[in-house]
Design a protein around this ligand. Sequence first.
Ligand SMILES: C[S@@+](CC[C@H](N)C(=O)[O-])C[C@H]1O[C@@H](n2cnc3c(N)ncnc32)[C@H](O)[C@@H]1O
Length: 250
Amino acid sequence: MSSQLLREALTLDRYPRSNTYDQQWVVDNLMGPHPLWSAESLLQAMTLRPGMRVLDLGCGTALTSIFLAREYEVDVWATDLWVDPTENWQRVQNAGAADRVHPIQSDARKLPFAHGFFDAVVSIGAYNYFGTGVDYLPYLAEFVRPNGTLGIITPGIRTAPDFSPPPYVADRWGPDLCTWLPPDWWRHLWERTGLVTVETADFVPNGWADWLRWLQACAQVGRGYEPDEHLLEADQGKLLGLTRVVARLN
Ligand SMILES: C[S@@+](CC[C@H](N)C(=O)[O-])C[C@H]1O[C@@H](n2cnc3c(N)ncnc32)[C@H](O)[C@@H]1O
């Protein structure tokens, strides 16, 4: 598939900001669902103002950090465990975002930041790796100022965790799918801490279809992930999608 066809396949009216980025660059640095579409969907439910300090937690290759810095004029601490921060720094500089994006390597459970430092935390396709425990939100909230915001997008499922999955889900079942949880599951986990008020807990509109479109386009250039492509194709949005949760600290 040529760059032109890739751009056409990955240009959608509902993501006007993402459309202005080189889609080959996004594909070359992929780690999950289209990260800029996810960030843009999250920012439809969450406000960032210029100059805010934002923690991008589990930023992977820092594409979302670059996107947030450029689009919303915020300062971003691009924090990730697996990806070398030197590689991220190179990407950040190449993208002209060196004045606003600060790459850090850290485990989300051992953050090297001052308490109350951040105005907002954003986490795209990563929070389900480390944030499903009851004690995680209280830990993370320590790094956010009073009234600050938290916003996540993670793969999700509409039904409660103890359901009997249909065969196409059962065939793909494993420790990772166990962490694909419903919006209300996250709402309950967060609100029962008494520390936050959840403002949004839903599925990203068209999230599953856009995720499938992304996987199909990636497959055309040898970067697909067949297990999830087949899963989303079989499901057709009945159970699976992208969970979006936004909360404000009390
Ligand atoms: C599926 S990738 C998503 C990356 C990126 N946000 C994106 O959307 O392309 C999940 C990311 O979570 C990060 N991660 C997993 N466990 C982590 C932990 N305990 N602390 C910090 N990051 C973690 C990994 O390093 C990885 O980059």
